[in-house]
Design a protein around this ligand. Structure first.
Ligand SMILES: Nc1ncnc2c1ncn2[C@@H]1O[C@H](COP(=O)(O)OP(=O)(O)OP(=O)(O)O)[C@@H](O)[C@H]1O
Ligand SMILES: [Mg+2]
Length: 145
């Protein structure tokens, strides 16, 4: 495995922020990094490209509320951008109960502007969110065989 500078960046961000979004082009290693974090933190990993995982989120608020004490990773978030709204509510509820950090790691490879827009409308300028942009990925990108 090629070590990733972004791994520590994401970990640090999760220690400080309720939600961290990791955006980048396809095939740069987003999912691999997320699974590495998941393995170390007993996170729940959901891939929104998988039908069974999307089904779990049919009542996302109800389902995710029972994971308030764990990091939840949502991969391929561009498949369900409407989730941002739900996440905002869950983050607010969690904060009132003292769950301020490390709740959601969100991965996406849609256009950064699109995701940033949803993020800003969601976050309302709040410091709950941290966006780790694709520059990290471009700078550490590997050549595929
Ligand atoms: N740190 C690493 N060292 C070596 N190989 C890696 C590393 N990270 C990812 N890879 C390899 O690169 C390929 C793409 O990784 P991955 O699926 O994690 O990317 P991705 O950004 O999630 O892609 P997509 O946008 O298509 O979902 C995989 O074959 C994976 O094994
Ligand atoms: Mg992926």
């Amino acid at each position: 495995m090629v070590p990733r500078r972004a791994l520590q960046t994401v970990r640090d961000a999760l220690d400080r922020q309720a939600a961290v979004a990791l955006l980048g082009p396809r095939q740069v290693g987003k999912t691999t990094l997320a699974l590495e974090i998941a393995g170390q933190s007993q996170a729940l990993y959901l891939d929104l490209e998988a039908r069974e995982d999307r089904a779990k989120l049919s009542d996302a608020s109800l389902f995710l509320r029972s994971y308030e004490d764990r990091l939840v990773i949502l991969d391929e978030i561009h498949r369900a951008p409407e989730l941002f709204q739900t996440l905002r509510g869950l983050i607010d509820q969690g904060r009132r109960r003292g769950r301020r950090h490390g709740r959601f790691l969100i991965l996406g490879s849609a256009s950064i502007d699109l995701l940033r827009q949803s993020g800003e409308s969601l976050a309302g300028g709040s410091p709950m969110w941290r966006w780790v942009h694709s520059m990290y990925w471009k700078s550490s990108r590997m050549k595929r065989p």
